[in-house]
Write a new protein. Structure first.
Length: 222
């Protein structure tokens, strides 16, 4: 298994929006919008994962790994916010790969936050996507939450993608895809994300597994 991080600039898609969102996806959209207003990260539910869009599903991590990731997020954000009190910092962990997003006042704070998060126990890799910029407004954060929900919905509506394998995070129109997927699945997810109006860039923060590993997870079914 190897970590795959691939940043690809994307233009606005002219393809039509995904089919009508299902009721439970719309509920997830509302929940995520509220989370955006509060500026917090989505909580974890034992036995499954609350994705960045607020959709509760199972994923490819063990329950133990989900708990470990949640602990990393809690400790990482606590350390980071103590170092950059004027910034807005979100720490997202998936299979011990940590993504840092948000805003800080300067490059010094950006580097300091990365070192602090990297020092949290069990962190494997840190991807620092902090912007040196003023904090986003509540309206901008709500817009990002809705964008993430639309991307997640496009994965749910697709017949050839296991939507539960991905965690979707949106910041400033940038969509981050986290999860444990094959290269085939990663490529397809990026394609679907590109189809969502408002997405300006996609960042793959993915653990790439083989088709054989996927088959073993699925009990021999691909």
């Amino acid at each position: 298994m190897n970590l795959n991080v691939n940043v690809s600039a994307l233009t606005r898609s002219k393809r039509p929006a995904p089919p009508r969102l299902r009721g439970w996806v719309l509920a997830g959209t509302l929940a995520s919008s509220l989370l955006g207003l509060l500026g917090g990260c989505a909580p974890l539910l034992l036995g499954g994962a609350v994705i960045g869009t607020g959709i509760v599903v199972t994923d490819r991590r063990t329950t133990g790994m989900q708990l470990e990731d949640k602990t990393i997020e809690t400790k990482g954000e606590s350390r980071a916010r103590g170092l950059a009190t004027l910034g807005r910092i979100n720490v997202s962990s998936y299979n011990r790969t940590v993504l840092i997003t948000g805003e800080v006042p300067g490059e010094t704070e950006r580097a300091t936050v990365e070192r602090a998060v990297a020092g949290v126990e069990n962190v494997r890799t840190v991807i620092n996507e902090l912007a040196v910029a003023p904090n986003l407004s509540v309206a901008q954060r709500s817009s990002d939450s809705l964008l993430g929900a639309k991307v997640k919905a496009s994965l749910v509506d697709a017949k050839d993608v296991a939507a539960n394998a991905y965690r979707v995070i949106a910041e400033r129109g940038v969509v981050y895809l986290m999860g444990r997927v094959t290269e085939r699945e990663a490529t397809r997810a990026v394609e679907l994300a590109r189809s969502v109006p408002g997405v300006v860039k996609v960042v793959r923060v993915l653990d790439i597994i083989t088709e054989e590993e996927l088959a073993a997870m699925s009990g021999g079914k691909k």
